[in-house]
Design a protein around this ligand. Sequence first.
Ligand code: WQD
Length: 330
Amino acid sequence: MRNVFVTGGAGFIGSHCVISLVKNGYKPIILDNFSNSHQSIIKKLEKITKKKIIYYNVDIRDKKKLKLIFKKHPCYAVIHCAGFKAVGESVENSVCYFENNVGSTLALLECMQKNKIYKIIFSSSATVYDDDKALPLKENGKIGNTKNPYGTSKYIIERILKDLAKSDSRWSIRIARYFNPISNHPTGLIKENPKGALNNLIPYIVKVAQKKISELKIFGKDYNTKDGTGVRDYVHIMDLADGHTAMIKKISHKKGLKIYNFGTGKGWSVLEVVKAFEKQTGISIPYKFTKRRKGDVAISICSPKKALKELNWKAKYDLDHAIIDIKKIL
Ligand code: WQD
């Protein structure tokens, strides 16, 4: 059974990737320093997968510890999810975001090189795209005009990976650009549960539904969209996790660097999400309009055609199904 290291494997994306990897006959090994996740997730993953999950409480910038782990476990490929990801927080702590996100990636690449491991999937983001008008966004679209240190850190790492692939043909590098990952595993045992700052729409809606906050703030209603609120491409986290396994399955077929969008190709406005949530759950979500959030774009929707063509991957679940799964964590 092939070992796949998952950095940040206790986090929202990484933990769901672990489940998909086990389902597809791989053996995930989690590397996580639990700075933005909880160790309790390991037991939940073992319950869901019915397998023992090997994990290391390690900061991947700790090159000595990383070397020992690579020595101990032969590694087929790495899924690199470790990184800070709250856009607002990144504006307040830009240096720490670059040090953590870029610094940890460099330490990981160095250790992989030393151990002759040349297969890596990098967790990137729709935030690297320029907010150009060429919608839906395609993988060859313009990037780099990032609006915040989080997005810039992802863009910098993409540039590093592109140069690495150009300079050393032994590498097989896959860049996964996530649109808006939402929802949770259908058991409700694991979900988006960062230790750090909340940032995204769905976790806020969940907090309102749980009466932990009194109302949702909707950031802006004057965008040039169907109802004036922001439009995004929400993709079920289980679909996204299966997208990683789809890349792992094919990663040995082609050396070099390839980029894939992971989204549904459909856009939902904030108000449409609120209405869908109320309809599926029967819970009213009070809200008030506030001013736009700095750095937000009006619309972000992907073209997922390349992942379908090259990976045979397509999102299976729509927004309503995602909300039905969210109901299990309320
Ligand atoms: C969605 C919409 C907001 C909260 C995210 C992550 C980023 C990346 C891409 C992975 C926008 C509106 C939100 C709230 C609101 N993910 N909103 N009230 O900004 O598209 O980016 O996905 O790499 O890490 O930040 O997602 O969920 O923050 O916002 O009105 O309380 O909801 O304005 O239109 P975003 P989001």
